[in-house]
Design a protein around this ligand. Structure first.
Ligand SMILES: Cc1cc2nc3c(=O)[nH]c(=O)nc-3n(C[C@H](O)[C@H](O)[C@H](O)COP(=O)(O)O)c2cc1C
Length: 163
């Protein structure tokens, strides 16, 4: 049996219920993954939990910004090469690529495909802009995860809109 006592001071993990998860039998039919019974969260505890998550997220962002070796595995564009070599399927890379280092990753066979997230969001005609080596719209972080279906999603201008 595996015991998951990973919480500070031996506290039970929190949940919306006291009901434990049913033990999971692994594919070999022998190993049983057993889960620590959770503790049901009280309503008055919720603000504290939300604050804990807020602080944890901020710490993680700060650690990543400081380029902690424990957080970031892709400090150099070549650090995924061992994974690329070991993996037999199509290998996609993402995270901070622009036109130039995307092209470089493909030319050096470090990936089969380069994913563009933020640049594509802000540039609906990104392939055309890359082809022409045209200037890019800057993305606006403030509108990344808002619920509006248009603002920050489909309102960035196409090239001809700027002409
Ligand atoms: C506003 C926003 C929404 C995203 N939504 C998704 C998503 O739904 N699924 C997903 O796999 N990645 C999502 N991503 C992550 C991107 O696909 C990409 O991996 C990430 O932005 C890093 O690449 P980049 O440096 O080119 O932006 C999102 C990123 C942003 C900024």
């Amino acid at each position: 049996m595996i015991s998951f006592q990973t919480h500070p001071n031996g506290q039970a993990p929190i949940s919306s219920t006291d009901k434990p998860l049913t033990p999971q039998i692994r594919a070999n039919g022998i190993d049983v993954a057993d889960f620590t019974p959770p503790r049901r969260l009280r309503i008055e505890e919720i603000p504290q939990i939300v604050n804990d998550f807020r602080l944890a997220a901020r710490n993680a962002i700060e650690a990543a910004l400081l380029r902690s070796p424990y957080i970031k595995i892709s400090d150099s564009p070549h650090s995924l090469v061992p994974m690329r070599k070991a993996f037999k399927g199509s290998f996609f890379v993402a995270g901070g690529y622009d036109r130039e280092d995307g092209n470089k990753a493909i030319a050096e066979d470090r990936a089969d495909l380069v994913v563009f997230g933020r640049l594509f969001l802000a540039n609906p005609d990104l392939p055309k802009r890359f082809k022409l080596n045209a200037p890019l719209n800057k993305y606006n972080r403030d509108t990344f995860y808002i619920s509006d279906p248009v603002v920050g999603y489909s309102d960035y201008p196409f090239l001809e809109d700027n002409a």
